[in-house]
Each structure stands twice: as structure tokens, then as C-alpha cells.
Design a protein around this ligand. Structure first.
Ligand code: FAD
Length: 338
């Protein structure tokens, strides 16, 4: 008989872990607090424009590269991946050059981007939908307590399983645990530092104002500019701007305008997400974009916890980004199948 795993959190970490567990004959149920799956990888539409939240590009998808090694055997290379222009590879990869990451993370997460950079048609939603297609997931299920293989949700529903995998922040997880946990473990969790909160601006552009560029733009280590889809004449329909707290949305716009001269006039409408918005959507303290900072591999957390039925996964236990989060899921599934 198959074992049953309950996964808390339907972001990439929970989804990828569930996808792998299904393939190794586990029954899986994913509990997601939000109205849609994806966590930081959500997609939303405003005024007919699709915006991506936490997915702009990935590195290392060419044959033999690290993400290809994970996705190819799982059949995920059939998704509509598009190789980005070489400028983005030369730049050394997107979001990692921003000041929100430690030197160790930059060294390890940036390398695959130096090989090749890829976008996905339809954005993060395309990956989320592909992973969710065959899975049992429940939306609007916010877990508020965990005790002895059982979870309680805010709507008073309960779920029980052989093992529980938490794909949310580890400290938040153990705030929910009602069983006794040794204090040295809790002390270790309390010492882990969260990276800075994300400040993001999703901007709808006026027609024919800004030329679409096939690569991300970095201004110092402060602001990243990423273009949405181009129109038929090669102009960008939208841009996403990103920085890290304490930067303000106005500062981000001003800095971005030093490279895109007409930006201020080109923006027709702008939807801003502050660290508080990010915290509300992902549950990550302080709206930290990449979760717990890893200054060395000593900051990695093992998927196993002091409770034999409770495991961890997601960006917080290893490196962040699509590659890092998927690698953590592989580690978690290996630990569960031991
Ligand atoms: C602005 C931004 C841009 C990025 N750009 C890129 C990029 O271009 N390329 C790249 O590779 N990576 C990028 N990343 C990083 C990437 O998005 C993340 O590393 C990855 O999505 C993290 O996934 P996760 O599942 O670990 O966490 P999350 O996405 O935070 O998922 C956690 C999930 O748990 C749910 N949850 C929380 N608490 C509860 C609860 N109590 N009960 C039930 N559910 C709960 C949340 O709603 C959420 O769905 C970006 C991130 C950000 C913020």
C-alpha cells in the first residue's frame, strides 16, 4: 500500500516535491493557503497584460546543464522553453546580481546562468500547471497547527498522513508544531537570518514607447529590469522592476529611468508589491524574496527534523531560485525514500 504524504505549501518547493513523490508511488495531498498554486511563482493579469511575480528566467537548461539534468528525465523539457539572448548569459544571470544574495549564493546560483538562460512561454504558470496537473491539491487551506502527523487548517478542517512535508519557512513551521521539539534545534532555527524583502513593480506600458530587449538589465546591484512580452512591432507591453528593501518603489523607478530614459512617460499603470505584500502571499517572514540566507553550506538545513514524521523542503533549506528549490525537493524525496 502507498504511503501518504501531506505537503504544506503549494509553491514550487511543495509542488515539485509532490510531483517527485507521486512518481515514487506516494499518495500526496498539497495544502495551499492561497487562491492559486505557485507561491512566489504566481502569475496575474491586469488590463489584459500577464505579469510574472517570481519567475523571469532560469539558467542551466541546455543538455548536460544542472536544471536539464533534473527536468529532462521527468519529461519537463517538452514545456515551451525559449533560450534568451546571449547578453543575459554574459551579464552573468538575472536576479542573483542584486544585493539580496550572499556571495556564496551568488557563486552557486549564478553559475548555471553563465551557461545558458531560458524563459518559459506563459511564465511561471506554465511550470506550475504542468506540475499540478496530476496532483491532489486543496486551495484556501491555511495550516495553523501541526501535531503528531495531523494538521489543523484555519477553516477547522484536519488532515492526517504518514508523513508531513513542510514547504513553508522552517521557523514558521515550528511555530505551528505542538509536539515537543528539542531546544537546540529550535535555537538553530532562531539564529538563521532571512534575506531582505522584495519590492516589485509590475508596470503596464503605453504603446510604442519602449523597445523590447531580450535580456534582463541590472543597474548596479540595486535594480533589475525585466521586459514582459513584446508587441508585433517589437515594443514592450510591460516591464517588471525589482529591488530589495529598504529601497522604495520611487527610488526603483528613478534608478531604472537612468537606463531607460523614457520609462517615466512610458508607464501607464504600475502595481507595486512591498515586502508586506510578499509576506502576505508567501508567508515568508519580512517578505524575504529568497528566504533564509546561505553564507556557506553550513547554513543548509537537512530535510529531516527532530520529529521522525516531519520533513522540510523549499528554497529555505538549500539554494533559492527554480534550480535551488527543485534540488531541495530532490533531497527531501531522497530522505523520504530512505
Ligand atoms: C521577485 C522575485 C523574482 C524571482 N525571480 C526568479 C527568477 O527569475 N528565476 C528563478 O529561478 N527564481 C526566481 N525567484 C525565486 C523563486 O521564485 C523562489 O526561489 C521559489 O519560487 C521559492 O519556492 P518555495 O516553494 O520554496 O517558496 P514559496 O514560493 O514562498 O512557497 C511557499 C508556499 O507556501 C504557502 N503557505 C505559506 N504558509 C502556509 C500555511 N500556513 N498553510 C498553507 N500554505 C502556506 C504560500 O502561500 C506559498 O504558496 C524570484 C523570487 C522573487 C520573490
Amino acid at each position: 500500500m502507498s504511503k501518504h504524504a501531506l505537503i504544506i505549501g503549494g509553491g514550487l518547493g511543495g509542488l515539485f516535491c509532490g510531483y517527485l513523490l507521486n512518481r515514487s508511488r506516494w499518495d500526496v495531498t498539497i495544502l495551499e493557503q492561497g487562491n492559486q498554486l505557485g507561491g512566489a511563482l504566481q502569475t496575474f493579469s491586469r488590463d489584459g497584460i500577464r505579469f510574472d511575480t517570481g519567475f523571469h528566467s532560469v539558467g542551466g537548461l541546455a543538455p548536460g546543464e544542472p536544471l536539464w539534468e533534473i527536468f529532462h528525465p521527468l519529461g519537463l523539457m517538452y514545456l515551451p522553453w525559449v533560450k534568451a539572448g546571449d547578453d543575459e548569459c554574459i551579464d552573468g544571470g538575472p536576479f542573483m546580481r542584486l544585493s539580496g544574495s550572499s556571495d556564496f549564493e551568488i557563486e552557486h546560483v549564478i553559475k548555471p546562468y553563465q551557461g545558458s538562460v531560458w524563459r518559459l512561454k506563459g511564465g511561471g504558470k506554465t511550470l506550475v500547471d504542468a506540475l499540478a496537473k496530476t496532483q491532489d491539491y486543496r486551495l484556501r487551506k491555511k495550516v495553523v497547527s501541526i501535531r503528531d502527523r495531523e494538521v489543523l487548517c484555519s477553516d477547522n478542517s484536519t488532515f492526517r498522513a504518514d508523513v508531513i512535508v513542510s514547504a513553508i519557512h522552517p521557523r514558521v513551521t515550528f511555530d505551528l508544531v505542538k509536539d515537543h521539539v528539542r531546544s537546540s534545534y529550535l535555537k538553530r532555527l532562531s539564529k538563521l537570518e532571512d534575506g531582505p524583502g522584495a519590492v516589485t513593480l509590475n508596470c503596464k506600458l503605453r504603446d510604442g514607447m519602449l523597445r523590447w530587449e531580450d535580456h534582463a538589465i541590472f543597474i548596479g546591484n540595486k535594480v533589475m529590469i525585466h521586459f514582459g512580452e513584446p508587441d508585433a512591432d517589437g515594443y514592450a507591453k510591460s516591464v517588471d522592476l525589482m529591488g530589495f528593501a529598504p529601497i522604495t518603489p520611487e527610488e526603483i523607478k528613478e534608478i531604472a529611468a537612468t537606463r531607460l530614459k523614457d520609462l517615466q512617460y512610458a508607464i501607464e499603470k504600475c502595481w507595486v508589491s512591498t515586502p508586506a505584500t510578499w509576506e502576505r502571499f508567501t508567508g515568508t517572514p519580512g517578505g524575504s524574496a529568497f528566504g533564509i540566507v546561505k553564507r556557506s553550506s553550513a547554513d543548509y538545513l537537512p530535510p529531516e527534523t527532530p520529529l521522525p514524521w516531519l520533513f522540510l523542503t523549499g528554497q529555505n533549506i538549500g539554494l533559492h531560485g527554480v534550480l535551488g528549490t527543485c534540488m531541495s525537493a530532490v533531497n527531501t524525496v531522497n530522505a523520504l525514500n530512505k
